[in-house]
Design a protein around this ligand. Structure first.
Ligand code: SF4
Length: 344
């Protein structure tokens, strides 16, 4: 094992991609990069990372920011709870921990939005703690390297892999070891075409030795995404449109969008939608458009009617704001809302 780990470390030092968060030991920057990179490709995350640490260079500046500014900077990345949790955690560090970022695997996990992987990454990259950082890529590499047959989603798999990697790390620099495992998963040991002939782990890899690359990792079938039906109205009066801020819970919380009715079927018409808000006065229908928006666990089939009112004095609902388009575009918006408003 010791020789394989040395080969892995040498390979990483020679072959790894040069990424800005790998040039720092600052736990704040590492934390920001790790949260951005959850569910996001490096190529896309890079620009967001540069912008984020440019605008909020340290935990103090993030804690002092308005949540809306943080969400605006995050716009387009999706999974907005990540941004809300970053903001919440920065205030927790400033208000409860004296401004000092926690420095151990256990303590880092206390921050909102930080799970086992992120805590392991920060603890090892910033503080050198010998604890594994197991993301989706490392799970695949680990399952193949150690020949693990448990379901990759299961607790049993996670526990076993954690313990095996922790033992293997005894021979390594924690930062280099974890980064190298992530790098192997991202660049060499791909889901369908692992390049075993150039892999630094090849000499010790059970899947390669037994030709089990296709069988490992074992994964239970993916659930089909749920279908949801969203009915929006863009109500315009002159240069002003109605927008609402989404509630504290659920997807896209605190982002802004046009008034929405969530239906259970695909066949709602405009009368049914307007009736839910009690809008009965004369409305001019200027157009309508449908959108399909894919999230990880749900497919949103959205329809938006573009409406014009001669007067807005009768259209009043809790939380509705009348704003000009530029003002709406300056608010934090989800991607579906961006598509809908750009169509207007
Ligand atoms: S040897 Fe092949 S299967 Fe094993 S870790 Fe490397 S790329 Fe993956």
């Amino acid at each position: 094992m010791q020789i394989v780990i040395q080969t892995l470390s040498r390979w990483y030092n020679l072959e790894s991609r040069d990424l800005p968060w790998r040039r720092t030991r600052d736990p704040y920057c590492i934390w920001i990069s790790e949260i951005i990179l959850q569910q996001t490709r490096v190529a896309q995350g890079l620009a967001y990372y540069e912008r984020f640490v440019g605008q909020f260079p340290d935990i103090q500046s993030l804690a002092q920011a308005d949540e809306a500014d943080v969400l605006k900077l995050w716009q387009g990345l999706g999974y907005y709870s990540r941004a809300r949790n970053l903001h919440k955690a920065s205030r927790m560090v400033m208000n409860e921990l004296g401004g000092v970022f926690p420095s151990t695997f256990q303590d880092i996990q206390q921050l909102p939005g930080v799970g086992l992987y992120t805590a392991g990454a920060i603890a090892s990259f910033a503080f050198g703690e010998k604890v594994p950082a197991i993301d989706g890529n490392v799970k695949r590499v680990g399952a193949r390297f150690f020949g693990l047959v448990e379901d990759i989603q299961s607790q049993a798999f996670q526990k076993k892999l954690f313990s095996l990697l922790k033992d293997a790390m005894v021979f390594a620099d924690a930062n280099v070891f974890n980064q190298a495992m992530i790098e192997v998963g991202a660049t060499v040991c791909s889901p369908t075409q692992p390049q075993c002939d150039v892999c630094p782990l090849a000499d010790g890899c059970l899947a390669r030795l037994q030709q089990l690359q296709k069988q490992l990792p074992v994964s239970r079938k993916k659930q089909k995404p749920l279908s949801k039906f969203h009915y929006y109205v863009d109500i315009r009066c002159g240069d002003h449109h109605v927008v609402v801020r989404r509630p504290d819970t659920g997807i896209w919380s605190h982002l802004h969008e046009f008034p929405l009715i969530e239906g259970d079927t695909a066949d709602w018409d405009l009368d049914a939608v307007l009736g839910r808000w009690g809008i009965v006065e004369k409305i001019i229908v200027e157009g309508e458009k449908t959108f399909k928006h894919q999230l990880t666990h749900q497919t949103i089939h959205a329809k938006c009617w573009y409406l014009c009112l001669p007067s807005n004095k009768f259209v009043k609902n809790d939380g509705w704001q009348w704003l000009e388009k530029d003002a709406i575009l300056s608010l934090p918006l989800h991607r579906l809302m961006e598509k809908m408003i750009r169509f207007t």
